[in-house]
Design a binder for this molecule. Structure first.
Ligand SMILES: [Zn+2]
Length: 428
């Protein structure tokens, strides 16, 4: 059996590995109330037997009173823990300088222990606000911010390298930003954020990317984006070898919206109330890919009989040739995308744009947009790269922004995002 002294027992509990710290046998702990927190204050001594003055090496040194330090510690069982150290002071009789020992449990200029700092630093990786962390550990928001800056290095993007495929996107930025929208880009292969740029406007991005080496920029083969003209100008001027890829999701969405708006206006012009009601009720079925529609019969209240989703669509299409015509345009486009058949996609768009039949305004606009971006849509079929990954990262950014409503400073916000997505590692 190893028997620990009380002092060593307390040190084991508090995880203190400093031989210069000891706790007295009596009155080593006291419970006090601070605001809403109960605090356990452990009282200890920090002593060191100096052989010589650290300033002049004289051996002519004597004790010179003591000073007290309060150190915030990791909480235990809902108690905040504080360490109150009595630190022996010495004076050198030769150089007249005073000195006292330091300890590895806390830096000289801080009142927060190193392990509490580390605990808070780890917490900064979670999606919780600075205010929440400050409250939890009973320290100020400014202290939490300071710990973030001490424990995580500032991020510097590598301007000598860029990956072959990049995904780009934007998000509504924090306040105090002229551009209103910020820009984020990620490596398609590694699925990680490369950097976040405060202002997504063309001149800001051009300046930003100009700082990357030509070799890095030459390495980029594909850039996936939504249909936003300034991005296209950016790629053409900054990335000589890159092909623009329009994100599949945006294409599908564009056609989807155009068809749905057409469906609504057709629906509103239908005289037969029963069909109108059904069309309103089952609108979602029309947006589905036709071959994927369920063919199992279920009893339906509106039809007063058993029928499948496919039957419902067929029934309503028969009621309106105009709807059927637009439904077919929509389905043809979706099918070409599903089958990854660019030739077919291109033909469909051309065919309908040349068609003599009356196509809705919304649908025509969509078809014209697709024609305008056809080259880049071709690259989408060729590369199969999508922005799904960055949409996911972007959602994460948005949720961090919601939690971190306190950020008016962009660089702090960006740093926190990069910490949370694991781009900036903790520096122990
Ligand atoms: Zn001295």
């Amino acid at each position: 059996m190893i028997s620990l002294s009380l002092s060593n027992f307390i040190k084991t509990i508090l995880n203190i590995q400093d031989n210069n710290i000891s706790f007295p046998e009596e009155e080593y702990c006291q419970v006090i109330k601070k605001g809403n927190h109960l605090v356990k204050v452990f009282k200890g001594f920090l002593k060191y037997n100096y052989c010589a003055c650290p300033h002049c090496s004289s051996k002519n040194i004597v004790k010179n009173g003591s000073r007290h330090r309060k150190i915030k510690y990791i909480s235990i069982q809902n108690y905040n823990i504080e360490l109150e150290l009595t630190i022996q002071r010495y004076i050198c009789k030769d150089c007249k300088k005073t000195f006292s020992p330091s300890t590895n449990i806390v830096s000289d200029n801080s009142n927060i222990s190193n392990n509490l700092k580390y605990t808070i630093a780890l917490e900064l990786k979670e999606n919780v606000s600075l205010t929440y962390i400050a409250k939890k550990y009973n320290i100020s928001v400014a202290s939490v911010q300071r710990i973030m800056n001490i424990c995580y290095p500032d991020f510097k993007v590598n301007k000598e390298h860029l990956p072959e495929a990049i995904c780009i996107d934007e998000f509504k930025s924090v306040k105090n930003i002229d551009g209103a929208m910020s820009f984020v880009f990620a490596d398609y292969q590694s699925k990680s954020i490369i950097d976040i740029v405060e202002d997504r406007r063309l001149n800001s991005l051009t300046e930003y990317f100009s700082r990357f080496s030509l070799e890095a920029r030459n390495n980029v083969k594909y850039i996936c984006m939504d249909m936003y003209v300034p991005y296209i100008s950016l790629v053409n001027s900054i990335f000589p070898n890159a092909k623009i890829v329009i994100d599949k999701f945006h294409i599908v969405n564009l056609v989807n919206r155009a068809f749905n708006q057409t469906r609504i206006s057709i629906m509103n012009s239908i005289q037969d109330d029963s069909s109108k009601r059904k069309l309103k009720l089952f609108w979602k079925l029309f947006l589905k890919y036709y071959p994927d529609l369920c063919r199992v019969n279920y009893y339906c209240q509106s039809f007063k009989r058993k029928l499948s989703s496919k039957d419902k669509v067929d029934y309503l299409l028969e009621k309106s040739p105009e709807l059927e015509f637009h439904f077919n345009i929509y389905q043809d486009i979706i099918q070409a995308i599903k089958h990854n058949n660019f030739k077919r996609f291109d033909e469909i768009i051309k065919k309908y744009l040349a068609s003599k039949e009356k196509i809705s305004k919304k649908m025509i606009t969509a078809l014209k947009t697709l024609k305008k971006y056809m080259k880049y849509i071709g690259n989408m079929f060729e590369s199969n790269i999508t922005n799904g990954l960055i949409e996911g990262l972007n959602n994460k950014i948005k949720s961090i922004k919601r939690t971190a409503f306190g950020y008016s400073n962009f660089s702090n916000f960006k740093k926190r995002v990069l910490i949370q997505v694991g781009i900036i590692p903790i520096s122990a």
